[in-house]
Design a protein around this ligand. Sequence first.
Ligand SMILES: [Zn+2]
Length: 102
Amino acid sequence: MPIYEFGCKKCGYVFEKIQGMNDPQPLCPKCGGETRRLISPVAFKMASDTALKRVEKRFNDYVRWGKYKDAVRFAKKASEYIKHDKIKKMQERVERKLEQSR
Ligand SMILES: [Zn+2]
């Protein structure tokens, strides 16, 4: 069975647990709060390149259409799943653009 990483929604504690697909979401061992499944480090490494390319493409589409706010919102959402400097930089670039146009 695969090892998953879970993060507590309440206190932010991150822990690993071996789990089957149908097992219920574990509770936080620290505070008993609800958790959400994060991408395990191994799966993350393999998926990150493809995922990042997909995110970049979608982001650039938004920018090309002039939907800067949507682009920023999308980048923020994507950063929750893919931790990557590139996404953060893309987001900041467009946020600056938004500020200048104000
Ligand atoms: Zn907790």
